[in-house]
Write a new protein. Structure first.
Length: 394
């Protein structure tokens, strides 16, 4: 069966020719009348030259491109793409790392599979699907994962209930689409973590902070550490491993803090230096009399859409100014933004304003980003969503 055809307006083919993986609805001149969301489409220029094949969807991004060559989007295609992604992680040393068995296997556009996130947790793959086309391919994807991972794969869990595009009208429930997990405990850099992928945020664990968490080890020794938006306590575990004298974990979710306690106890017999506080971060900072030597500021995405960007930047300024103001002299701050719509320049400018408002001397020690298993295409800079700074405050 032939793919549906989409014809672009004159001059609108340039971004596709530059290998950007999105076609916006405003660039389309015409398309078939019977096209449905999730259908595979071929994109042509105004002069009828083939450009790309992808999934059609309703919204401003009308086509998410799967290939810039004419290929059949069948089981062999999915096997090929997943094998390439696996080989990339293997070359990065992640698939056979004796002290890490958790990594991102598919990072959407970064692996040529827009709309698909697949995280590997010690034998279980957790999917988050963001397009109807990818959702319709779930069975092929599960088969392809089994083909590539073989005995390393025990289960595939589809956690797309809240990520499937709302306008599609499709309603799905989170469920296992293959096998059963053997364990929900993973190892990262030799440390153990219990992951609740069925109920936790995203796929259950923020794998993208792996390298940044490891850097905490360098700065924790004999410091009082405050982990804001601590979630399941991963940064706290690393701080304890780095011989912090005190570690306070703050989160507004009681459920997350309970898992944070479990993760600390998985790794250490003596947890007397740990404190877990169920509170709003802003309320805690406004009312706390404690001072700290190292503070981690890793909030959820303050801005998921461009129309709330300014509010997000104000929130980054407010919380970072408070932390810079309160931290002990010689203190270290790890501060992050995971909002895709917040650029590196916007984020750094927000931190600059926050620091300037305190009048303290602040130096940048490190600029941080996402690890190798969260690659982004050079043709799709929007994929570089995680940005961070390590600051020294006099």
């Amino acid at each position: 069966m032939a793919n549906h055809k989409i014809l672009l307006k004159p001059g609108k083919e340039q971004s596709v020719k530059r290998l950007h993986p999105w076609v916006f609805s405003g660039a389309i001149k015409s398309s078939c009348q019977d096209i449905h969301e999730g259908d595979v489409v071929d994109v042509y220029s105004a002069d009828n030259k083939f450009l790309a094949t992808g999934h059609y969807q309703i919204g401003s991004i009308a086509v998410r491109i799967l290939s810039f060559e004419q290929v059949n989007i069948d089981i062999d295609f999915w096997k090929m793409r997943i094998q390439l992604a696996y080989n990339f992680r293997k070359d990065s040393g992640l698939t056979d790392d004796p002290i890490t068995n958790v990594y991102r296997l598919i990072n959407a556009e970064g692996d040529g599979l827009p709309g698909l996130i697949a995280d590997y947790y010690n034998g279980t793959i957790v999917l988050q699907i963001h397009s109807i086309g990818i959702f319709h391919a779930r069975d092929h994807l599960a088969e392809a994962f089994r083909h590539v991972l073989d005995s390393r794969l025990k289960a595939v869990y589809d956690k797309s209930e809240l990520t499937i595009p709302f306008k599609s009208g499709l309603r799905t429930k989170n469920s296992y689409i293959y096998g059963h997990p053997e364990s929900n405990v993973v190892i990262e850099n030799g440390l153990k973590f219990s992951v609740d992928w069925e109920h936790g945020q995203k796929t259950g664990f923020f794998i993208d902070q792996r390298d940044n968490r490891k850097l905490i080890l360098k700065y924790s020794d004999n410091r009082k550490v405050l982990n804001l938006f601590g979630y399941t306590g991963a940064f706290s575990v690393y701080a304890i491993q780095g011989r912090a004298s005190k570690v306070v974990t703050i989160d507004s979710s009681k459920q997350a803090l309970e898992l944070a306690k479990i993760n600390v106890n998985l790794n250490f017999d003596d947890t007397s230096q740990c404190e877990f506080i169920n509170n709003d971060v802003f309320d805690y900072l406004n009312n706390s009399m404690n001072t700290f030597d190292l503070v981690i500021v890793d909030p959820p995405a303050f801005a998921k859409h461009q129309n709330v960007l300014n509010n997000a930047l104000q929130a980054y300024k407010r919380i970072n100014a408070k932390v810079i103001e309160q931290i002990n002299p010689g203190g270290i701050i790890f501060t992050f933004s995971c909002s895709q719509v917040v650029s590196k320049e916007d984020f750094q400018r927000a931190i600059f304003v926050a620091a300037a408002n305190t009048g303290r001397t602040v130096r940048v020690l490190h600029k941080l980003t996402q690890p190798a298993d969260h690659p982004f295409s050079i043709y799709h800079p929007e994929g570089e969503y995680l940005k961070g700074l390590v600051l020294h405050v006099e």
